[in-house]
Write a protein that binds this ligand. Structure first.
Ligand SMILES: [Zn+2]
Length: 275
């Protein structure tokens, strides 16, 4: 009772008390980030530590890796988004993981490989590329991938951007596959200071553009930084959202921008030139 009487004056002074919708809208318009941990499925303990991270961190699994089915099932049960981390040909000719798609494949070989990969990762709702600095710059192969993803709709694609010459996101958009791209690699350098620096860069980008997406790996140092930083996000005014939600937010932004651009374009067309 004492708490109630104590709270009422505060509540009356708070505008959010009168307009809960506005408060909700404000919360929903807070900058949003997504984090994907990929290269998962090879190590059980590291994978379990990823699944224990707070919030909707997405987990991307290598197809046919030993612990992929077990960890993917647990991730799904824990409310985490599950993705296929699709191995692709790279320019540096590093050895390819099982289930890789390569430049010399026929369309039929390519499609049946990706289908088998998808089937080996239970609950997969999206795909991002593992390596792929060679394949993601080839529009023909990306077209095969996006057409297949269209047929397995709804599936989203995240371009890991392992080369600046990638056309993957563009081809996804042209074929109606919801897609986004990696803005930050958290742990290109395995050093706590550097990983923390990249995490803060992710937050800065989200504040600037509204949304931002990071990819990290199940290394001890990366996980330690995330265990420490994720619980602090809320007090910093940043939302951690599933990748599918981040893509929806980006599509809404794109739509708003297009609409306002076409209106201003029409206004400019209709207005008489002032002499
Ligand atoms: Zn990878």
């Amino acid at each position: 009772m004492r708490i109630r009487t104590g709270l009422w004056p505060v509540l009356f002074l708070c505008p959010a008390f009168f307009s809960p919708l506005n408060a909700q809208q404000r919360a929903l318009s807070a900058p949003a980030i997504s984090i994907i941990i990929d290269d998962m499925g090879k190590r059980l303990e590291a994978g379990q530590r990823v699944l224990a991270l707070p919030g909707p961190v997405a987990c991307a699994f290598l197809p046919q890796a030993r612990y992929t089915p077990r960890l993917a099932n647990t991730a799904h049960a824990a409310g985490k988004e599950v993705m296929l981390h699709l191995p692709m040909d790279s320019v540096d000719q590093r050895p390819l993981d099982a289930g890789a798609v390569t430049l010399d494949m026929t369309e039929q070989q390519f499609v049946s490989t990706v289908q088998a990969d998808l089937a080996s990762v239970p609950h997969a709702t999206g795909i991002n590329n593992h390596m792929g600095s060679l394949l993601t710059r080839h529009p023909g192969h990306m077209l095969w991938l996006m057409r297949l993803m269209q047929r397995h709709s709804p599936l989203f694609f995240v371009d890991s951007r392992t080369t600046v010459e990638t056309v993957a996101r563009l081809v996804a958009a042209e074929n109606g596959v919801p897609a986004s791209e990696r803005n930050v690699f958290l742990d290109n350098q395995l050093d706590t200071g550097e990983i923390t620096f990249q995490f803060n860069r992710l937050l800065q980008l989200a504040r600037k553009q509204g949304t931002a997406l990071a990819i990290g790996h199940p290394s001890t140092l990366t996980l330690a930084v995330l265990e420490q930083q994720i619980p602090k996000l809320e007090q910093q005014g940043i939302r951690l959202v599933p990748v599918s939600e981040l893509i929806e937010l980006q599509q809404e932004d794109e739509h708003t921008w297009r609409t306002s651009w076409s209106h201003s374009h029409k206004d400019a067309k209709n207005s008489k030139p002032s002499l």
